[in-house]
Design a protein around this ligand. Structure first.
Ligand code: CP
Length: 339
């Protein structure tokens, strides 16, 4: 595997989940695979979970790890081509990337969406420059449009907890938009939708399959590239009915039906608070598990009682980030070691 951005990059999800279980049962089984190999983790944006879990994953595999916070100590990087660099950016990404590649064997990138230029963001411009110029396998640690390590951890979590429910029908998984005071990217919901749809068929990932529903206010339609085939239900209460898993996330306008509104918050404060996940919605579910990628704004996205309920999975979900990252890095090391 030379790039990890989309669900297809991982191949069979059933196989990937089996590897996740194997690694969870023995995290250091493959500790020799990464001997004398270095992972460079490049952060253009803040992180808690991705930073810690990916380092831990690399260490599980015996790798050396270098973490670079581009905005804390490195030269400020220009990412646009053809600009006259007479401002505050001292180095161009086109020199910085091959230099970074010369110090490592695998590179992870966190680079969020600009939320101002949809074409630039959805072309995955920064990630693809790393693929093109680093000479190294590259994996996404949340890019402009996707967060596959999160979605893989989410699928691992759903697989584990679905196994405790009766298998006589597909588990119902609901992705719900939830309020946030700031405009946020679409990477997490894009990937979650992409991975749930890939896992939907019985046997593709879970034995019983998945019924996948997305609910959000009008105007927040995600790019069909990620959601084609999903059921969209604009009535949140209807969507929640009989759900087994509720996955909450805020996202700004994806600009699908209104390109001029790309990256904006569309609704006013009071209206959007109707979408906060609370006991009102959870009461119509099938005693659903609550999920969120974290960090989460309490009593905006979800009420205290829901996130603190015994059915909340936010902590095991975050813990599974170590597992998803270990599987992905192991696959990349396998590809490197086979050359
Ligand atoms: N879920 C997630 O990616 O968390 P961080 O932004 O803290 O890495």
């Amino acid at each position: 595997m030379k790039s990890f951005l989309n669900v297809e990059d991982l191949g069979s999800l059933r196989q990937a989940l089996a590897e996740a279980t194997e690694i969870k049962n023995n995290r250091f089984k493959y500790v020799e695979k990464g001997r004398n190999k270095t992972a460079l983790l490049v952060f253009f944006n803040n992180s808690l979970r991705t930073r810690l879990s990916t380092q831990k994953a690399a260490q599980n595999l015996g790798m050396n790890v270098i973490v670079l916070d581009v905005n804390a100590g490195a030269w400020k990087l220009e990412t646009e081509h053809g600009v006259v660099m007479d401002g505050d950016k001292s180095e161009h990404l086109l020199e910085a990337i091959p230099v970074m590649g010369s110090y490592c064997d695998i590179i992870g990138i966190r680079s969020f969406a600009s939320l101002t230029d949809r074409e630039y963001d959805y072309a995955e411009t920064v990630y693809n420059q790393f693929v093109k110029y680093s000479g190294r396998p590259v994996f996404a640690m949340e890019t402009a449009t996707v967060h596959p390590l999160q979605a893989f951890a989410d699928l691992i979590t759903i697989n584990e907890w679905a196994a405790k429910r009766p298998a006589d029908r597909p588990v119902k998984v609901v992705l719900t938009w939830a309020p946030h005071p700031r405009a946020l990217p679409q990477a997490v919901p894009n990937s979650f939708a992409q991975w749930m749809l890939a896992a939907q068929a019985p046997g593709a990932a879970l034995p019983q399959g998945i019924e996948f529903v997305i609910t959000h206010p009008i105007g927040y339609e995600l790019d069909p590239k990620f959601t084609k085939g999903a059921t969209i239900e604009y009535d949140q209460m209807k969507a929640f009915k009989d759900a087994d898993f509720v996955y909450a996330k805020n996202w700004s306008c994806p600009g699908v039906s209104r390109i001029e509104a790309y990256g904006r918050v569309l609704n006013d404060y009071d209206t959007m608070l109707d979408w906060t996940v609370s006991a009102r919605q959870m009461d119509v579910t099938n005693n659903a598990h609550f999920m969120h990628c974290l960090p989460v704004r309490r009593n905006m996205i979800v009420t205290d009682d829901v996130i603190e309920a015994p059915t909340s999975l936010v902590i095991p979900e975050a813990a599974n980030r170590e597992i998803s990252a270990t599987v992905v890095l192991k696959r990349m090391l396998d590809a490197l070691n086979s050359h």
